[in-house]
Design a protein around this ligand. Structure first.
Ligand code: BGC
Length: 742
């Protein structure tokens, strides 16, 4: 035993030493190269160009020949170049530059590369870290085989406003869940580490607080206390960093009057200072140049000065660095040491990835061909899809449907849709024919059933001309499935909405079909929480499917026909109206907290809207039911250096095997400054056979009780804490209190 321990210690030491030695040699190589570089070549490394054909932002006009610029050593990285053929062309140009410094190829591989996985917000609803890590792993493996070595993901922006179009790209509203997901995604993208040919660098974005844009309008100002920033918005970034994220991207928004791109507080003080980040920061698309319209600087010369001083290492698409940085150094406005630091950070990553040993390492057409669309990865996408689905309502156990049904009516504009099912930020590498539609998915599961189809209306129709065909079709069927929702252009970047109801007249179509008295299952597809009060009240079954990617039809049908028992839980609060926004579960109590909806002076929201959301954070049903009983706590008082455990029985009280996500919320009853009415602090996703009971235990320690004071110190305060355990933030089943002593 002792020998094993010694051997283990020895091998750990050996590993640490080797890693250290490697870092040392890389550092030496970086220094040697840096010493050979001219100032212009250094600035070239800080410059990132968009590729030739696809643009994910306003196209820069003055470009000239990009390959020539690469040959002249004026470019350190290119984005939006996919596939080994194209990346090779650019890398070959880099190999013709004086110092032959390889390029980095960046791409928004957000939820899959060739195989499209569910949009990130949907995946967040799975609360399943290994599954999300696998999803990112598959994306990385495919992307890395196509010449890409850097993904601009994960987006870890906390978002409390469903009007914001980019909610689809993140993990929702909660810092705890968001932090776990951030870590899982980084691990998935970076796999066993940079240097492996199936690993891409992660880029955590958008640093910081981009998701808190006022009014949910993209790119908008953010105004928040530093305490809120630290408490709610920064934790997922820190978690991503702790998981080893190689790079960060800054953000378009200003934070309290300073554009994030020009913020030394964010990039130098927090990220590179307090957190000790050793990787590099890339700007967002032209975010350095956009400090001009912000009104923060007067021209690109000043923009470059502010950005490099603030810690933005690489300039995506603004040309501010390439056109001004050398002059800024010569003019004595920017010390060359700042440029050197940025170059060092970028070169280090290039060395760590092994690009100097083999610049074509990721560029292998055979591997590219062999890696795409592997059956096991398609299966993983299907599994991720069904894990992401949230069952919102299931009256009289209408679902799951029988596979023996004779006639199914499929109604709605998304029934046969293919491309939209991928959701925004998909790469479109793979032909859309490989996407499984809802109709195909249903047919695959119930091949004997006759599927009657009626479109009913278009997504954006504003006038309900005629639902006759849809109604007649519904009447002929045993059951009706409706596929309705948004289109692919309604979420994503620059796609915020003031009205987040189900678009057009689709809810009228639902009303007309429900009026037939037939059993109706509504599938709601969107990249955000939508508002659908009538449907919530009157449709017998509602399944929130989001956008699930290539396998969407199969994933949805797996749930509809009970091949898979849904277990998804909402990662964001669903409001009843836009007027309730922002609405989130972890709010602070007022001095007159709402008791009900009718007590005049104890109302904390509106006289024309209830206090509660339509669906709460953490909510989601299963085909089975669960009970929470027998709570016990190991101690009723602890010191802050101690921990306690809280345990309870979780039982499957239904007839089907299924998973529940048991959630632990904590409230610090009296604190200064105030603490939220509840905060998610732990959860367990548990599979239970019918009748089975498992005892679940959560551990509570200082990490779960501490919070930021106004001086941004993490503190705990003695006093009473309430532990709340349940199946959603508004379905607390068990409670216990304990005292924290000093
Ligand atoms: C987005 C980033 C993205 C970049 C490159 C920007 O418009 O905000 O998230 O990575 O474009 O496509």
């Amino acid at each position: 035993m002792r020998f094993i321990k010694l051997a283990f210690t020895f091998s750990v030491l050996l590993y640490v030493n080797t890693a250290f030695a490697q870092q040392k040699t890389i550092a030496a190589k970086v220094e040697a190269l840096l010493n050979k570089m001219t100032l212009d070549e250094k600035v070239g490394q800080l410059n990132q160009y968009n590729g030739d054909w696809e643009a994910t932002g306003p196209v820069t006009k003055d470009v000239g020949n990009k390959l020539d610029a690469v040959k002249q050593g004026k470019v350190g990285s290119v984005l939006n170049i996919m596939g080994t053929e194209h990346t090779r062309k650019f890398q070959q140009a880099a190999m013709q530059s004086r110092l032959k410094i390889p390029l980095l190829f960046g791409q928004d591989v957000i939820h899959g590369y060739s195989i499209t996985f569910p949009i990130p917000l949907a995946e967040a609803a799975s609360w399943d870290m290994p599954a999300m890590e696998r999803s990112a792993r598959v994306a990385a493996t495919e992307a890395a085989a196509a010449g890409i070595n850097w993904t601009f993901a994960p987006m870890v922006d906390i978002a409390r406003d469903p009007r914001w179009g980019r909610v689809m790209e993140g993990a929702g509203e909660d810092p705890y869940l968001g932090s776990l997901i951030a870590g899982a995604r980084v691990k998935g993208f970076q796999g066993k580490g940079l240097g492996n040919t199936d690993a891409v660098m992660a880029c955590v974005k958008h640093f910081a607080a981009y998701g808190a844009a006022i009014g949910g309008r993209d790119y908008n100002s953010v105004d928040m206390s530093k305490r809120t920033l630290w408490q709610t918005y920064l934790p997922p970034f820190k978690a991503a960093l702790d998981a080893g994220a190689a790079t960060f991207m800054n953000a378009f928004n200003d934070l309290n009057g300073t554009p994030a791109t020009g913020s030394s507080y964010l990039q130098r003080d927090i990220l590179k200072g307090q957190w000790g980040f050793k990787g590099f920061v890339v700007s967002d698309w032209n975010s350095i140049g956009e400090m001009i319209p912000h009104g923060f600087v007067k021209d690109n010369y000043e923009a470059a000065e502010v950005a490099i001083k603030a810690g933005s290492d690489m300039d995506m698409e603004s040309r501010a660095y390439i056109n001004n940085l050398a002059k800024l150094v010569k003019d004595g406005r920017v010390p060359v040491t700042l440029v050197n630091d940025a170059v060092r950070r970028i070169l280090t990553k290039k060395f760590e990835m092994g690009l100097f040993d083999d610049p074509y390492k990721f560029i292998n057409p055979e591997r590219e061909k062999a890696t795409m669309n592997k059956p096991e990865n398609i299966e993983a996408a299907r599994d991720m899809g069904r894990k992401s689905i949230v069952l919102l309502k299931n009256e009289k156990q209408l679902l799951p449907l029988s596979k023996e049904l004779k006639t199914i009516a499929l109604i709605g504009p998304l029934s046969r849709e293919r491309w939209y099912l991928k959701g925004a930020w998909s790469t479109d590498v793979d032909p859309n024919e490989n996407v499984v539609t809802i109709e195909e998915g249903i047919h695959n599961q119930a091949p004997g059933a006759k599927i009657l189809y009626a479109e009913g209306c278009k997504i954006k129709d504003s006038v309900a001309t005629d639902f006759k065909e849809a109604v007649e079709t519904a009447k002929k069927a045993d059951v009706v499935i409706m596929a309705v929702g948004e289109d692919i252009f309604m979420t994503g970047e620059a796609r915020s909405k003031a009205n987040i109801h189900i678009p057009g007249v689709q809810e009228d179509l639902i009303k007309a079909v429900v009026a037939t008295g037939k059993p109706v299952v509504v599938l709601l597809m969107a990249g955000r929480p939508m508002v659908f009060n009538w449907t919530a009240e009157h449709a017998p079954a509602i399944v929130y499917t989001w956008w699930l990617g290539s396998q969407m039809g199969n994933s949805v049908a797996d749930v509809l026909f009970g091949n898979y028992n849904p277990a998804g839980k909402l990662p964001m609060t669903f409001p009843r109206s836009e007027g309730q926004i922002p609405i989130y579960y972890n709010f602070l109590n007022t001095g007159r907290p709402a008791q009900g909806d009718n007590d005049t002076f104890y109302r904390s929201s509106y006289i024309d809207a209830p206090n509660t959301p339509q669906y709460a954070f953490g909510y989601g049903l299963s085909y089975t039911t669960f009970s929470y009983t027998n709570i016990s706590i190991s101690k009723t008082a602890i010191k802050k250096t101690e921990s306690l455990t809280v345990s309870f029985d979780l039982k499957n009280t239904g007839n089907t095997a299924g998973e529940d996500v048991a959630q632990l919320y904590i409230r610090d009853m009296v604190a200064q400054p105030l603490r939220p009415v509840k905060e998610l602090k732990d959860f367990k996703k548990v599979m239970l056979a019918p009748g089975e009971t498992k005892r679940i235990t959560f551990t509570i320690n200082k990490e779960k009780l501490q919070f930021y004071n106004d001086n941004l110190q993490l503190i705990t305060q003695p006093g009473e804490f309430k532990l709340m355990i349940g199946a959603a933030s508004n379905q607390i089943k068990l409670e216990k209190t304990f005292q924290l002593t000093n």
